[in-house]
Design a protein around this ligand. Structure first.
Ligand SMILES: CC(C)(COP(=O)(O)OP(=O)(O)OC[C@H]1O[C@@H](n2cnc3c(N)ncnc32)[C@H](O)[C@@H]1OP(=O)(O)O)[C@@H](O)C(=O)NCCC(=O)NCCS
Length: 163
Protein backbone atom coordinates (compact mmCIF):
# COMPACT_ATOMS: atom_id res chain seq x y z
CA UNK A 1 0.00 0.00 0.00
CA UNK A 2 1.21 3.50 -0.79
CA UNK A 3 0.46 6.29 1.69
CA UNK A 4 0.71 9.94 0.60
CA UNK A 5 1.83 12.52 3.17
CA UNK A 6 2.60 16.24 3.09
CA UNK A 7 5.36 16.28 5.73
CA UNK A 8 8.66 14.63 6.64
CA UNK A 9 7.64 13.47 10.11
CA UNK A 10 9.19 10.06 10.75
CA UNK A 11 11.23 10.19 7.54
CA UNK A 12 14.92 9.44 8.04
CA UNK A 13 17.71 9.78 5.48
CA UNK A 14 17.80 5.99 5.13
CA UNK A 15 14.20 6.09 3.86
CA UNK A 16 15.35 8.29 0.98
CA UNK A 17 17.97 6.14 -0.67
CA UNK A 18 17.74 5.43 -4.41
CA UNK A 19 16.55 8.81 -5.67
CA UNK A 20 18.21 11.13 -8.19
CA UNK A 21 18.74 8.08 -10.38
CA UNK A 22 21.11 8.81 -13.27
CA UNK A 23 22.50 11.97 -11.62
CA UNK A 24 26.32 11.74 -11.82
CA UNK A 25 26.77 13.69 -8.56
CA UNK A 26 23.50 13.21 -6.64
CA UNK A 27 22.55 14.88 -3.34
CA UNK A 28 23.03 12.60 -0.33
CA UNK A 29 19.92 11.30 1.49
CA UNK A 30 20.68 13.87 4.26
CA UNK A 31 20.68 16.68 1.71
CA UNK A 32 17.53 15.24 0.16
CA UNK A 33 15.80 15.34 3.55
CA UNK A 34 16.91 18.95 4.06
CA UNK A 35 15.59 19.84 0.61
CA UNK A 36 12.21 18.36 1.55
CA UNK A 37 12.13 20.18 4.89
CA UNK A 38 12.90 23.52 3.26
CA UNK A 39 10.38 23.24 0.43
CA UNK A 40 7.11 25.12 0.85
CA UNK A 41 4.99 22.18 -0.23
CA UNK A 42 5.81 18.51 -0.51
CA UNK A 43 4.00 15.28 -1.15
CA UNK A 44 5.73 11.99 -0.39
CA UNK A 45 4.64 8.53 -1.49
CA UNK A 46 5.56 6.07 1.24
CA UNK A 47 5.48 2.30 0.89
CA UNK A 48 3.69 1.19 4.06
CA UNK A 49 5.41 -2.20 4.20
CA UNK A 50 9.02 -1.01 3.94
CA UNK A 51 8.47 2.58 5.20
CA UNK A 52 10.65 3.68 2.28
CA UNK A 53 9.79 6.85 0.41
CA UNK A 54 9.17 5.69 -3.16
CA UNK A 55 8.23 9.02 -4.71
CA UNK A 56 8.28 12.72 -3.97
CA UNK A 57 7.26 16.06 -5.41
CA UNK A 58 8.20 19.51 -4.11
CA UNK A 59 7.11 23.10 -4.70
CA UNK A 60 8.48 26.46 -3.71
CA UNK A 61 6.22 29.48 -3.72
CA UNK A 62 5.92 33.16 -2.78
CA UNK A 63 2.50 32.29 -1.37
CA UNK A 64 0.80 34.97 -3.46
CA UNK A 65 1.03 34.56 -7.23
CA UNK A 66 3.60 31.98 -8.18
CA UNK A 67 4.76 28.47 -7.47
CA UNK A 68 7.51 26.39 -8.99
CA UNK A 69 7.79 22.61 -8.98
CA UNK A 70 11.50 21.74 -8.98
CA UNK A 71 11.28 18.00 -8.34
CA UNK A 72 9.10 15.04 -9.14
CA UNK A 73 10.62 11.61 -8.96
CA UNK A 74 9.47 8.05 -8.42
CA UNK A 75 12.06 5.42 -7.61
CA UNK A 76 12.76 3.35 -10.72
CA UNK A 77 11.42 0.14 -9.13
CA UNK A 78 8.10 1.85 -8.29
CA UNK A 79 7.51 3.57 -11.62
CA UNK A 80 4.60 2.78 -13.90
CA UNK A 81 2.09 2.23 -11.08
CA UNK A 82 0.42 5.65 -11.15
CA UNK A 83 2.49 7.13 -8.30
CA UNK A 84 3.94 9.98 -10.37
CA UNK A 85 0.51 10.95 -11.62
CA UNK A 86 -0.93 10.85 -8.08
CA UNK A 87 1.92 12.96 -6.66
CA UNK A 88 1.36 15.54 -9.40
CA UNK A 89 -2.41 15.55 -8.88
CA UNK A 90 -1.99 16.10 -5.14
CA UNK A 91 0.60 18.84 -5.58
CA UNK A 92 -1.52 20.74 -8.11
CA UNK A 93 -4.43 20.52 -5.68
CA UNK A 94 -2.23 22.07 -2.97
CA UNK A 95 -1.23 24.85 -5.38
CA UNK A 96 -4.77 25.70 -6.47
CA UNK A 97 -5.32 29.45 -6.80
CA UNK A 98 -1.86 30.52 -7.90
CA UNK A 99 -1.62 32.55 -11.10
CA UNK A 100 1.62 30.85 -12.18
CA UNK A 101 2.64 27.24 -11.66
CA UNK A 102 5.87 26.47 -13.51
CA UNK A 103 8.16 23.52 -14.00
CA UNK A 104 10.86 22.46 -16.41
CA UNK A 105 10.78 19.03 -18.02
CA UNK A 106 12.17 17.06 -20.93
CA UNK A 107 10.13 17.06 -24.13
CA UNK A 108 9.05 13.43 -23.67
CA UNK A 109 7.28 14.33 -20.42
CA UNK A 110 5.26 17.20 -21.84
CA UNK A 111 2.29 14.93 -22.54
CA UNK A 112 2.40 13.70 -18.92
CA UNK A 113 1.99 17.26 -17.65
CA UNK A 114 -0.40 18.25 -20.45
CA UNK A 115 -2.86 15.76 -18.95
CA UNK A 116 -3.02 18.14 -15.96
CA UNK A 117 -3.76 21.18 -18.12
CA UNK A 118 -0.18 22.41 -18.32
CA UNK A 119 1.19 23.77 -21.59
CA UNK A 120 4.68 24.10 -23.09
CA UNK A 121 6.52 27.40 -23.04
CA UNK A 122 10.05 28.75 -23.49
CA UNK A 123 12.28 28.79 -20.41
CA UNK A 124 15.76 29.90 -19.40
CA UNK A 125 17.80 27.88 -16.95
CA UNK A 126 21.18 27.55 -15.26
CA UNK A 127 22.50 24.11 -14.36
CA UNK A 128 25.76 24.25 -12.41
CA UNK A 129 26.79 20.60 -12.45
CA UNK A 130 29.62 21.21 -10.02
CA UNK A 131 26.94 21.84 -7.39
CA UNK A 132 24.57 19.04 -8.29
CA UNK A 133 25.00 17.53 -4.80
CA UNK A 134 23.95 20.78 -3.09
CA UNK A 135 25.02 24.32 -2.29
CA UNK A 136 27.92 24.78 0.09
CA UNK A 137 28.61 27.66 2.44
CA UNK A 138 31.63 28.71 0.35
CA UNK A 139 29.37 29.25 -2.68
CA UNK A 140 28.04 32.57 -1.37
CA UNK A 141 31.57 33.93 -1.56
CA UNK A 142 31.89 32.72 -5.15
CA UNK A 143 28.65 34.60 -5.92
CA UNK A 144 30.11 37.74 -4.43
CA UNK A 145 33.26 37.32 -6.56
CA UNK A 146 31.27 36.85 -9.77
CA UNK A 147 28.77 39.64 -9.02
CA UNK A 148 30.65 42.04 -6.74
CA UNK A 149 28.55 44.14 -4.39
CA UNK A 150 25.35 42.18 -5.02
CA UNK A 151 25.23 40.19 -1.79
CA UNK A 152 25.05 42.31 1.31
CA UNK A 153 27.13 40.81 4.10
CA UNK A 154 28.78 38.18 1.88
CA UNK A 155 32.27 39.22 2.84
CA UNK A 156 31.44 38.86 6.54
CA UNK A 157 29.70 35.52 6.00
CA UNK A 158 26.30 36.87 7.13
CA UNK A 159 24.31 35.70 4.14
CA UNK A 160 21.75 33.09 5.18
CA UNK A 161 22.22 29.74 3.51
CA UNK A 162 20.01 26.72 3.15
CA UNK A 163 21.88 24.52 5.57
C1 LIG B 1 8.18 10.98 -14.56
C2 LIG B 1 7.94 10.03 -13.40
C3 LIG B 1 7.86 10.82 -12.09
C4 LIG B 1 6.60 9.32 -13.62
O1 LIG B 1 6.35 8.52 -12.49
P1 LIG B 1 5.52 7.16 -12.58
O2 LIG B 1 5.09 6.78 -11.21
O3 LIG B 1 6.26 6.16 -13.37
O4 LIG B 1 4.29 7.68 -13.44
P2 LIG B 1 2.86 7.01 -13.57
O5 LIG B 1 2.94 5.55 -13.28
O6 LIG B 1 1.90 7.83 -12.81
O7 LIG B 1 2.64 7.16 -15.11
C5 LIG B 1 1.93 8.22 -15.65
C6 LIG B 1 2.12 8.30 -17.14
O8 LIG B 1 3.32 8.97 -17.50
C7 LIG B 1 3.99 8.25 -18.53
N1 LIG B 1 5.43 8.47 -18.36
C8 LIG B 1 6.17 8.20 -17.29
N2 LIG B 1 7.45 8.52 -17.53
C9 LIG B 1 7.50 9.01 -18.79
C10 LIG B 1 8.53 9.52 -19.61
N3 LIG B 1 9.81 9.59 -19.18
N4 LIG B 1 8.23 9.93 -20.85
C11 LIG B 1 6.97 9.89 -21.30
N5 LIG B 1 5.94 9.40 -20.57
C12 LIG B 1 6.22 8.98 -19.33
C13 LIG B 1 3.59 6.82 -18.30
O9 LIG B 1 3.69 6.09 -19.51
C14 LIG B 1 2.16 6.96 -17.82
O10 LIG B 1 1.29 7.06 -18.91
P3 LIG B 1 0.03 6.08 -19.06
O11 LIG B 1 -0.68 6.09 -17.74
O12 LIG B 1 -0.75 6.68 -20.16
O13 LIG B 1 0.64 4.75 -19.39
C15 LIG B 1 9.04 8.94 -13.31
O14 LIG B 1 9.16 8.32 -14.56
C16 LIG B 1 10.38 9.47 -12.86
O15 LIG B 1 10.65 9.59 -11.67
N6 LIG B 1 11.25 9.79 -13.82
C17 LIG B 1 12.61 10.28 -13.52
C18 LIG B 1 12.58 11.67 -12.97
C19 LIG B 1 11.84 12.63 -13.87
O16 LIG B 1 11.97 12.63 -15.08
N7 LIG B 1 11.02 13.47 -13.22
C20 LIG B 1 10.28 14.51 -13.88
C21 LIG B 1 11.01 15.80 -13.72
S1 LIG B 1 10.16 17.10 -14.58
Amino acid sequence: MIRYVDHTEGVLPRHLEGFFADWPNPPSPDTHLRLLEKSDEIVLAIDEASRQVVGFITAITDGVLSAYIPFLEVRPAAQGRGIGRELTRRMLARLAGFYMIDLVCDADLQSFYADFGMRPTAAMIIRDHEHQAGRQRADIHRGEQEFPGCIEGASSGEVPLAS
